[in-house]
Design a protein around this ligand. Structure first.
Ligand SMILES: CC(C)(COP(=O)(O)OP(=O)(O)OC[C@H]1O[C@@H](n2cnc3c(N)ncnc32)[C@H](O)[C@@H]1OP(=O)(O)O)[C@@H](O)C(=O)NCCC(=O)NCCS
Length: 436
């Protein structure tokens, strides 16, 4: 073996092993040969929360967390945000290349054709309580689409996959808008296929009695940019859920519902809603220093700060901050911006945050823009799920086409009891109740 190898001396047996290193990685399965005897299972790695484990090889998204770089299929995120539409980026993320003019036309037509929901799905949505959280409605409705398109379970047919991908990307804004209108008690608005992806979403959200909805072009472009920034983010919690569920060959609707459920948590896509709540709790700029002290004392986390991968300014946060300027010119400034800017200013100078490399992430400013545009915080994570559907589906396709992938099934280190005899109920004492 050449120099690209790791020598491991097992002191238990005084045996040396040569483990190949490829792309800066050793294969965990290569450790299995390291045994103390024939009955030994072999050495495993222990990595709760995947802190240092690559679960796949991927050609979709590149992140350099230390340098603050994000690229889709090699293209820097700032160039895509400036020059593309979201549907162009979705095509890139899903199929690997930017579309030609004719490919884009066909793609946009395909997505537009699939924006309608089956009436039974609409009735399904009507069954939710008036105060149901939009994310709960979205997750359930996406899962319910699996019953409308049973052929989707044929996940090995590329043509069938493409059809379901177009349906999901087309229908996501429709479901999202319906969840929003439901929470307000407004009637549902059908898609308008004359409009762009973002404009049509705005139409389904905000059209009232006017015959034709006219989207403000600045706000529509800002929304499209936000969609581009959220399209994919490599192996995050929800992408991992998508891949884990997809690895059992569940259909794409059920896998996407699982990914959206993962997104809903406050440590993932739910963070922007939490940022707004936090800014409400802080209340005014002068209360920021006292709030920061409480964060440093460990009472709570500064929402919208910190990232598992970025140990530098999140490049998406920079673009969002820039997009916010355009939005605020139309909507007027969101008063929370002042508090957010002060939080950022103090945190970026404070040793606690500097030492831990905690910078604003994508969720820090997105909620403030969304609120200025007229969205309620409960819908923020839904706004994240719409574009991320493209990323989830790209991850799912890549998984299905990767010959190395199998059903995702981690190992564990069992730390429970050894074998013990059954205890009849009348003989069970306090100890059993305590460990239950
Ligand atoms: C995103 C997040 C879950 C990443 O977590 P992680 O990679 O597991 O990082 P850790 O929790 O190990 O954090 C490392 C240290 O920074 C601290 N820290 C991390 N995020 C923090 C935050 N937002 N506010 C205050 N302290 C934070 C941790 O307490 C820990 O401190 P310690 O070393 O003294 O124990 C975490 O930063 C977080 O909860 N952020 C707030 C939620 C958020 O904005 N999520 C959106 C992500 S896009």
């Amino acid at each position: 073996m050449g120099n690209d190898a790791l020598s491991i001396l097992d002191k238990r047996t005084q045996t040396t092993y040569e483990i190949p290193i490829n792309k800066g990685t050793i294969r965990a399965m290569d450790l299995r040969q390291i045994k103390t005897g024939p009955d030994d299972f072999g050495l495993m790695t222990y990595d709760p929360a995947f802190m240092n484990t690559a679960s796949c090889q991927s050609a979709i998204t590149f992140i350099d967390g230390d340098k603050g770089i994000l690229r889709y299929r090699g293209y820097p995120i700032d160039q895509l945000a400036e020059k593309c539409t979201f549907l162009e980026v979705a095509y890139l993320v899903l199929f690997g290349e930017l579309p030609t003019e004719s490919q884009l036309k066909e793609w946009v037509n395909g997505i537009t054709y699939h924006t309608m929901l089956h009436e039974t799905t609409k009735h399904f949505l009507e069954g939710f309580r008036y105060d149901a959280h939009p994310m709960g409605m979205l997750v359930s409705t996406v899962a319910a689409l699996s019953t409308v398109y049973p052929e989707a379970r044929n996940v090995h047919d590329p043509q069938n996959r493409k059809l379901q991908i177009m349906r999901l990307i087309g229908k996501m804004p429709t479901i999202a808008a319906y969840t929003y209108r439901h929470s307000l008690g407004y009637p549902y608005i059908y898609p308008d296929n004359d409009l762009s992806y973002a404009e049509n979403f705005m139409n389904m959200l905000w059209k009232m009695v006017e015959p034709k909805y006219q989207a403000n072009p600045v706000l529509a472009r800002a929304l499209d940019i936000l969609f581009i920034l959220h399209a994919d983010h490599e192996q995050n919690c929800s992408a991992n859920a998508m891949r884990a569920v997809g690895s059992s060959f569940a259909d794409p609707y059920l896998s996407t519902a699982a990914a959206a459920a993962a997104l809903s948590g406050p440590l993932h896509g739910g963070a922007n809603e939490e940022v707004l709540k936090m800014l409400d709790v802080i209340g005014s700029k002068d209360k920021v220093p006292a709030y920061i002290e409480k964060v440093k004392a460990g009472q709570f986390k500064l929402m919208g700060f910190g990232h598992r991968v970025y140990k530098n300014y999140d490049p998406r946060a920079k673009i969002i901050k820039w997009a916010a300027t355009n939005v605020f010119e139309v909507t007027g400034k969101n008063p929370k911006l002042e508090i957010a800017l002060e939080l950022e200013r103090i945190a970026l100078e404070d040793e606690y945050f500097v030492k831990r490399k905690l910078y604003p992430n994508v969720d820090f400013y997105s909620g403030i823009i969304y609120q200025a545009m007229g969205f309620k915080p409960e819908i923020f994570t839904v706004l994240f799920a719409i574009p991320r559907t493209a990323g989830w589906l790209a991850q799912w396709q890549e998984l299905l086409m990767d010959p190395e992938q199998k059903i995702a099934r981690p190992r564990q280190i069992y730390i429970g009891y050894g074998e013990r005899d059954f205890v009849p109920i009348e003989q069970r004492g306090v100890a059993a109740a305590v460990t239950a």
